[in-house]
Structure formats: structure tokens, C-alpha cells
Design a protein around this ligand. Structure first.
Ligand SMILES: Nc1ncnc2c1ncn2[C@@H]1O[C@H](COP(=O)(O)OP(=O)(O)OP(=O)(O)O)[C@@H](O)[C@H]1O
Ligand SMILES: [Mg+2]
Length: 387
């Protein structure tokens, strides 16, 4: 459907300027659907007759006697809205709304160059808009389906690739570990052992990345499920801290944890909560310069929900960057970005996993001061207060 005025213009025969009001009356009486007509002088529009206004004037007590024999010029609108047929319907709608709303009631004249082309009415505009909106809705629905299909293929591709990559990676890691440990006898030169250790570390890094990609694909496809069990959040935190503490100390950071004794047991997917904790602690280690501290704490909030907070004294994040780093592959520029081997999947994964537990995920940060990332699990996830 074209969006120019050709679609709107009704080819209503115009009146010549010398037609009498009585003749115009005859035409309007014969056609009850005729709402407006143009008056032309040698093809050029000079006025518009609106059915309602014209009939009101004529039916006035002396209207017929006064006007019947006179030229239509006495009762026509001398300054109607005249627009070119090449104008877009959107522009016309804007023009009517902002400058000449009366054209909606009276009608308007559509020209091609300086010649009369047709009449536009509110009814025509309404019909056009209805058809146009219907067509747009169909187009949008098609585009939505197409985007959904493309997204599904992308997710499927990610899932397949991740599976395909995991098998050889496991072999690489398994065999490099065997070499490193010299399980079947000495490898000779000590450098072989170093290389095997490098291969193992690289494999481990790649496996982490592939696992994250697989998780993203599963979440996007709605296939990620929670494997819920009752677990002790204090223990989960302590074991996550233990896993990163060596790396933190090597980076010149101190790690503290504040875990109240009377924490309740939680009904959560322990593997996923551990994944969240490790992601947050790893970020804190990566983005805090030597000499800094990392503190992890947990406890019950006012409404009985449980919070877990990882706080660091690192480089911080500009507030404007926070929405972007919560998107897949979103990373912010900072002086430690160069050392970052990650790809920007940790935080969006954490957020999605917290939300799968019906919790909420928050980041508060100040560049140069530090970052506080915390998540809140609803009270419905608490099972009991540990003895
Ligand atoms: N504690 C933090 N302090 C400062 N910046 C942070 C912190 N945590 C995250 N960021 C910023 O947010 C970005 C995204 O974090 P995210 O964990 O999603 O990805 P990543 O750590 O870069 O890679 P991945 O987690 O996939 O290995 C980081 O690259 C960093 O710019
Ligand atoms: Mg990360």
C-alpha cells in the first residue's frame, strides 16, 4: 500500500465556478454519500463545498431565495486545505493535526501540480489508516516471527557448537593432565611438563567459556532447569571463597567473609548458586588492583529475604555502563581490561540464574572506589533456621 495521497483521493467530479447553488444542491440531494466537492476554474481548484455547511446555508429561512440562482462562489470555502498528491499520508496527518484540524470536518482538496486531482475526507483518512495499520501489523508480526526464528537458529547453533567443542576439550585436558603428572613414565625435558600445564590451563579456560556459552544458549531457549535441593548458603560461600583465595592473594588482595551462624537453609540449585558466587568473586579479583580488599557477606534482609553481597575496592564501573555489562558479551573499559581474559558472559548469566530463583540482581559501583554486587533470594526460598 502506497503511503502517498493517491490512495486517499476520491475522484469526485468538481463543479465549475459558474455553477449555480441550485445545481449544486441538486447534485448533493442526488448523492447522500457526497460529503464535499471542489470548485475549479479551468482545472485549478478555487474553493470547496462542504455538504453540511452548504445545506445549512440553503435551508436557512431565506437561503434558497438568496442563493439558489447565484454562483457557488458565494457559499464555497475560499481557503480550503489544498495539498499535493505526492505528500505522504503521515505528513498530511501531521499538517491537519497541527495547523488545520477543521479540514477533518470540511474535507480537503488534493492536487497534482496545480490541477485538481480529488477530494480527501476524514472517512477516507480513517479507512486508509485502518488498512495501513492492518498491513503494518501483519508486517510487524512477520518481522517478529523472522527474528524469533533467527534467534532460535542462533541459540541452536550455540548449543550444538558448545557440545561439539566440549568432547575434544575434555580429551585435551585429560591427556595434558596425564602428561603433566607423568602418569606413564617421565616425559624427559622439564619444559614438556610446563607445556602440558599450559595446555591444561588453556583447555580449562576454553571449557569455562564453552560452558558459559552453553548456559546462555539453554537460558535463551528456555531449557535451563533448576535442580533444587536444600543447602547451606554459608558452606557454599565458604567453599567458593576457598576456590579463589589463592588467586586473590597472588594478586595482592585480601578476602574477608561475614557469615552469620544462624543462617537458614535454602532451597536452591546449589551448582548454580556456586556458579554465581564464583563469577562474582572472580570479577572482584580481576577488577581490583593489588592492595585492595574483597568482602563477601550474607544475611537476612528486613522482609525475611536473603541477600548475598560481594564488595570490592576495585576500579569500579561507570553507572552508564551498567545496563551494557548486564547484556551478553557486554564489557566496560577500565585500566584492568587488558588483563581480562573473559568475554562478558559472567554477569548476564548470574543475573539470569538469580532471576530463575525468583530473586533480584543489583550492581552499585563508583569508579575508582569499588563495586558492590548483590542478589536477593525471596523468603520463599528459605527452609528453616539452621541450629
Ligand atoms: N567487580 C567489578 N569491578 C569492576 N568492573 C566489573 C566488575 N565486575 C564486572 N565488571 C565489568 O563488567 C564487565 C562484564 O563482566 P562479566 O563478568 O559479565 O564479564 P567478564 O568478567 O569480562 O568475562 P566472563 O565473566 O565472561 O569471563 C567486565 O568486563 C568489567 O568491565
Ligand atoms: Mg566475569
Amino acid at each position: 500500500m502506497g503511503s502517498k495521497l493517491h490512495a486517499l483521493a476520491e475522484p469526485i467530479a468538481p463543479f465549475p465556478l459558474d455553477v449555480s447553488c441550485a445545481e449544486v444542491h441538486q447534485v448533493f440531494s442526488a448523492d447522500p454519500d457526497l460529503l464535499a466537492a471542489a470548485v475549479v476554474d479551468g482545472g485549478r481548484p478555487v474553493g470547496l463545498v462542504n455538504r453540511h455547511e452548504f445545506l445549512v446555508q440553503l435551508s436557512h429561512q431565506f437561503g434558497w431565495a438568496l442563493y439558489a440562482k447565484k454562483s457557488i462562489s458565494v457559499l464555497m470555502d475560499h481557503a480550503p486545505l489544498i495539498v499535493d498528491v505526492e505528500m505522504s499520508i503521515i505528513d498530511l496527518s501531521r499538517l491537519i493535526a497541527s495547523e488545520q484540524p477543521s479540514a477533518l470536518l470540511k474535507g480537503l482538496i488534493i492536487c497534482q501540480g496545480s490541477d485538481y486531482y480529488g477530494i480527501g475526507t476524514a472517512l477516507g483518512l480513517l479507512r486508509f489508516n485502518l488498512a495501513y495499520n492492518r498491513e503494518r501489523a501483519v508486517e510487524l508480526e512477520l518481522a517478529r516471527l523472522q527474528a524469533e526464528r533467527a534467534n532460535r537458529s542462533k541459540t541452536q547453533f550455540l548449543a550444538n557448537m558448545s557440545h561439539e567443542l566440549r568432547t575434544p576439550l575434555n580429551a585435551i585436558m585429560g591427556f595434558s593432565e596425564i602428561l603433566q603428572q607423568q602418569l606413564y613414565g617421565p616425559v624427559g625435558d622439564a619444559r614438556y611438563q610446563d607445556y602440558a600445564a599450559d595446555i591444561y590451563r588453556s583447555g580449562e579456560h576454553l571449557l569455562g567459556l564453552v560452558n558459559d556459552l552453553l548456559d546462555v544458549a539453554c537460558i535463551e531457549a528456555g531449557r535451563m532447569q533448576l535442580d533444587e535441593e536444600s543447602c547451606d548458603i554459608g558452606e557454599l560461600i565458604a567453599s567458593a571463597v576457598q576456590q579463589i583465595v589463592r588467586r586473590a592473594e597472588k594478586a595482592g588482595l585480601s578476602v574477608t567473609s561475614c557469615l552469620p551462624d544462624d543462617l537458614p537453609l535454602l532451597r536452591v540449585d546449589a551448582k548454580k548458586v556456586r556458579q554465581i558466587l564464583l563469577n562474582l568473586l572472580t570479577n572482584a579479583v580481576k577488577f581490583t588492583p593489588a592492595g585492595g580488599t574483597i568482602a563477601i557477606s550474607t544475611g537476612l534482609a528486613r522482609q525475611g529475604e536473603l541477600f548475598v553481597c560481594v564488595q570490592d575496592t576495585g576500579v569500579g564501573i561507570d553507572e552508564a555502563d551498567i545496563p551494557a555489562i548486564l547484556e551478553n558479551f557486554g564489557q566496560a573499559e577500565n585500566e584492568l581490561s587488558g588483563n581480562n581474559e573473559g568475554v562478558g558472559l559472567g554477569l548476564p548469566l548470574c543475573k539470569a540464574l538469580v532471576e530463575m530463583h525468583a530473586g533480584s540482581f543489583h550492581i552499585k559501583s563508583k569508579p575508582g572506589v569499588g563495586t558492590r554486587v548483590y542478589f536477593i533470594l525471596p523468603a520463599s526460598r528459605l527452609i528453616s533456621v539452621a541450629a
